[in-house]
Design a protein around this ligand. Sequence first.
Ligand code: SF4
Length: 450
Amino acid sequence: MVSVAFINPLSDEGKMIVRELGEFDGVLSENDDLMSIVTESRSQEISDDSFIPRSYFDLALKRIEWYAKKKNDRNFDHKQYDFLFNPDINKFDVIAFFLLCQAIGVKYGPNSRESRVLVESQGKLIENRLGKLSKIERNVLVTNILNSLLSSAHIKWTFFEDLISSKKLKLHELILDSGEIILDKDDFLERFSHKIQGRKPEKMYEALIGDRIKELVMIKMVMQNTENYIRQVGERSNREIEPNPILLELADKISEVLLASVQTFGQGSGGYGGSVKASALNPKAFPPCVKKVMEGMKSGGRNDAIIMFLTPFISYARLYPAVFSENITKQISDVDPTLSIIQNEILPLIFGAAERCSPPLFEDQPQDKVNLNAKLGFGMHQNPELKNEGETTWYTPMSCEKVKIHLPSLCKPDETCKKIGNPLSYYNRKIWVVKKESKAESAVEEDIKD
Ligand code: SF4
């Protein structure tokens, strides 16, 4: 049977493993037991030494690297990380998890990109680990963990306040009765059997709750508890004089791993992906519809043009122009980790266009700034902040078809429009033409000077 700590490192079993380790001193040393578990993992790729973590410290970084590459690298090879799914690695994995939480808590705190990545990676690891178990084993494990996480059989929905307010869990995913969340089958049958007609209540339970919702709740609770633990570490470290240098070193390495994944596979400044580089915006390459909104909307459709149309276009054109060819879902901080491009380049452009509307958009409707942030993925808040990222989705740019239906006055197609289906594809195509033209112009100028 797989250990509970392999799924929930914050369990009592997990804490016991950490207590047994004692001091941090050995976490940098090569560990033969760890290396032999890794190399003996069934499908593990061992053709390169760099695939094999040699210490707790290495293993912690491999956990983050696995998630960053799985998310961003189309050539991701899961065989390089097979050891992460070998239950024999449990003891080492738990220590690596605590090292990550402490390093991130001490250096970056709970509202950082590093914290978000660790919390998300823990959720994905659990999903993938559960996926490798038999149905029975998976069910027993999830039930055990849920029972230990839930304080009683009757759970008021307010118990999940943190999860719901951070949008990790959505109320509509759950079945509620008299303010209580129903997860248990017997409880469901007792409350609803007499109300269900024409279908077997057991089947209804499986369809509405079953293993799927129980797993979802368990995973989200472990993720929330991970975030809470990082917060506690951060608060505690504020009271301590000197953080452990190993944790600070690990925190720096975590950032390096994330940065490397952005630079190699992502679209941040200096990075690239697919054939379209992320670079400073060139308004000359904007399609006619975007140019029109940039001039300021003088008549109807002002809000939708700025919030629904321009905001996704400008943000993706600047940060992740290859979104449609790569088809990898990203958050803004994956490509703009400090949000400096958002603050210094993207928002000023959008606010400028809003200002030129008649009447200026945010002057008479300041609440629309909240909607704008929501479209960038930062939830319903006044300003984009890392701590709120993920509460909403970063909207991808509208297709030409949708523009023609919802904002028909914007679409004044030119020749390039015949070859594309989305204003972003127009921009990606045109940017090459504009670059070629300006190179040719410079060459002519040089010739004239000569
Ligand atoms: S065809 Fe598409 S890119 Fe061209 S103006 Fe219309 S909406 Fe914009």
